[in-house]
Write a protein that binds this ligand. Structure first.
Ligand SMILES: [Ca+2]
Length: 361
């Protein structure tokens, strides 16, 4: 079994890369997460990781227990201690509903306006403005340290977990193991599981409190385990990173993510624009080669209200997120940073608009 798994590695890896890229959009997992996952999977590691393809085409709950033994071997090979492995897997259980959620997630396409109506509710905006005031000092501390405007930290918090009220109740170890076992994105979820074990190993949280959404998004900022490893930060300086209960750590982790992904403190996300008639639709999109400075866009007849003269020389893109509606937006690089967080135009726009609403006079 091991040999055949090794032999078919290149094909499997290719299929994985393609399916990962597609699923990435459905699941809204950040691009950087997928890239780091892909780069972490080398043929040598697969060979050392025993029969990682064991789960393929298996959906039998009874075989889950055997699969867990394989996961333990992989964990050991990746340097996770015996104590952590025992602790983490003691109460592991098969999560059928996780698999069901994964299969059900292809929701029908909705328009941008329908989406915004659903997520950018009056209540969410009001709560954002309220929290922005309540946590003013704590936000200011992290905003200054990471050079991220506080309204974006609050907006992400509001979008991800409704300001900490919805953080997910699934046991992350069980959810990641179940999704890995199910097999469609096995390598991705095995890596997430290994990162979850590393988090337990670090000692910041015990397995029973390592909770999140069925898809693995954890805490008030809804970080995947790999994001936690890369971006989670200790905001109050107590030596522990707790994105579930500690608001300073939630703010610091969110700000650290944006800073590490290249946030430009001298810029904003962008603005809604009106395109001139007969505007060349071929210029629309977030591709690298479609970037133009604001003054170049103005010369093409795009009507843009600038906030200050320095914006004229900044690179910007024009996007039309919805084929059915002709709303257009001019976006700066900070919008790309929000797209790293979640590769969805709709998500990034709703965070951006919420941030703007939060500081509206
Ligand atoms: Ca802390």
């Amino acid at each position: 079994m091991m040999n055949s798994a090794t032999l078919v590695f290149s094909t499997v890896a290719l299929v994985f890369l393609i399916s990962c890229a597609k699923k990435n959009q459905e699941l809204a997992i950040s691009k950087s997460e997928v890239i780091s996952t892909i780069s972490a999977i080398t043929p040598a590691k697969i060979r050392n990781s025993s029969d990682i393809q064991l789960a393929k085409n298996q959906s039998d709950e009874a075989r889950f227990a055997r699969y867990i033994e394989t996961l333990k071997i992989i964990a050991k090979q990746r340097g996770i201690s015996e104590a952590t492995i025992n602790k983490a897997f003691t109460h592991i259980y098969w999560l059928q509903r996780v698999i069901q959620s994964d299969k059900n997630q292809l929701e029908k396409k909705i328009t941008l306006d329908e989406y915004l109506k659903r997520v950018l509710t009056k209540k969410r905006i009001a709560k954002g403005r309220e929290n922005y005031a309540i946590y003013r000092e704590q936000l200011a501390r992290q905003a200054k340290k990471y050079q991220i405007p506080a309204q974006y930290i609050v907006a992400l918090w509001g979008m991800e977990s409704s300001y900490g009220s919805l953080t997910g109740k699934e046991n992350i170890i069980s959810a990641m193991a179940s999704l890995a076992f199910e097999g469609r994105r096995e390598t991705f979820f095995v890596n997430q599981l290994m990162d979850a074990l590393s988090i337990i190993e670090q000692g910041d949280i015990t397995p029973e409190y390592l909770k999140g959404s069925w898809a693995g998004a954890m805490g008030q900022c809804q970080f995947m385990p790999s994001s936690y490893i890369k971006y989670a930060a200790d905001g109050d300086g107590d030596g522990i990173i707790d994105i579930w209960n500690n608001i300073d750590d939630v703010f610091a982790s969110t700000a650290n993510y944006l800073a590490m992904e290249g946030w430009d403190a001298s810029s904003r996300w962008g603005t809604e624009i009106t395109l001139p008639n007969n505007f060349d639709k071929g210029l629309i999109g977030l591709d690298e080669n479609k970037a133009k400075t604001v003054s170049e866009w103005q010369k093409k007849g795009v009507d843009i209200t600038i906030e200050n003269r320095s914006e004229l020389t900044k690179n910007a893109w024009i996007i039309m997120p919805d084929d059915l509606e002709d709303r257009a937006f001019l976006v700066f690089n900070n919008f790309n940073v929000l797209m790293h967080w979640n590769r969805s135009y709709y998500f990034a726009l709703s965070v951006s608009m919420l941030a703007d609403k939060i500081i509206e006079p």
